[in-house]
Design a protein around this ligand. Sequence first.
Ligand SMILES: Cc1cc2nc3c(=O)[nH]c(=O)nc-3n(C[C@H](O)[C@H](O)[C@H](O)COP(=O)(O)OP(=O)(O)OC[C@H]3O[C@@H](n4cnc5c(N)ncnc54)[C@H](O)[C@@H]3O)c2cc1C
Length: 381
Amino acid sequence: MKESYDVIVVGVGVAGATLAYELAKRGIGVLVLEKEKLPRYKCCAGGVTSKAAKLLDFDISEVAEDVIHKVSFTFNLGSPYLGQHSQPLIYTVMRDTFDHFLVQRAQQLGAVLRDGQKVTRIQASGDWIEVSTGDNIFRSRIVAGADGAYSVVARELGMKRRIEYIAGIESEVVVSEEELAKWKSLVQIDLGCILGGYGWVFPKRNHLSIGAGCLASKARHLDRLHRKFLNLLSMGNYTIARSSSHLIPTCTKGMVIWQDKALLLGDAAGLADPLTGEGIYNAILSARLAAPVIENSLMRGKVGLQDYQEAIEEKIMSELRIARTLSKFFIRFPHLAFRMLNQREGVWRTGCYLVLGETDYAAIKESKGGFKGILNRLFRA
Ligand SMILES: Cc1cc2nc3c(=O)[nH]c(=O)nc-3n(C[C@H](O)[C@H](O)[C@H](O)COP(=O)(O)OP(=O)(O)OC[C@H]3O[C@@H](n4cnc5c(N)ncnc54)[C@H](O)[C@@H]3O)c2cc1C
């Protein structure tokens, strides 16, 4: 007899863990399958924006490594623009601890976790969908692909993903205590150093997360530029404890993220922001949008997940389209973007409202002067 559940979630990153939590909260029988043993490493700067943290109905401060109130923007590591805000803008986390913490919240509500179970095959079988790992076959009414950039769920079910990629590289850099102290509560974003993208420094409790990201089509020199960025930061003696790279998927127009009995979330659905590379917010949001649709489908006894696509279109994909348009200008004219930030206090304020979840791209587009106004100001700057 195969183990049966209402829902099987494949992958326990932020999307999978949040969906498991939201489903368990509704009393839905959920199994989470994760290929790695937990807690598992994930290549990420670990910046959880305030708006992302606000989506969770529990406090994350016990797993926060630092709380960011200041952002230093530079162009080619020249003189900085320092923006500050009294409210927390970003929480930095280690993804192994953070993601494990999220799934533990789901387990407390009854979600079943099986780690070290790599999903290899998914097949429809009558009213059920069968999910195979190396050692087991499980079955459920619905399967949710929260299995990241290289989604096996999408591949196995023949879901064609229309995706463009950002390439990201991240190093855990150990510096002296004096150097680490300088970065308390401070993030640095550098435009200009990394062709077609940006470099960053995010402080953690015991090290700095230093990385770079750019369009995958421009990533040929990313590794070299990342090392150059590291050396130009003048941090004194440092050692690299770990370095890795990964793709960040961003969906393009017309991508379908549901099927009879299946849906995709987070990176599997290509929901990262093409302007910033932020993926955690939309991974959590997609899980929160999926849960009520799944609940309704199960209650009706007839699976119908198309409402999920509509919810994602309305709340996420429309935003990503605006972000993609903006990213084209920022990538081509990073010096103008930096100059505009330097000259207009309003740009920093708007950035803060975005990170705090007090505005979104659509509202900015509709605001006085809208997009055209922003672009005109960019060129005037
Ligand atoms: C260098 C870099 C820096 C980044 N920095 C930030 C940042 O600061 N802030 C931010 O918001 N976003 C950042 N991102 C993006 C962010 O990491 C992702 O968007 C986010 O992790 C997506 O979450 P997810 O749950 O959809 O997928 P993931 O976190 O990738 O989780 C997918 C899970 O599925 C599991 N899995 C995969 N295949 C299988 C299988 N066959 N069977 C079972 N399990 C499987 C994986 O092991 C993994 O645990 C960064 C990305 C990169 C590459």
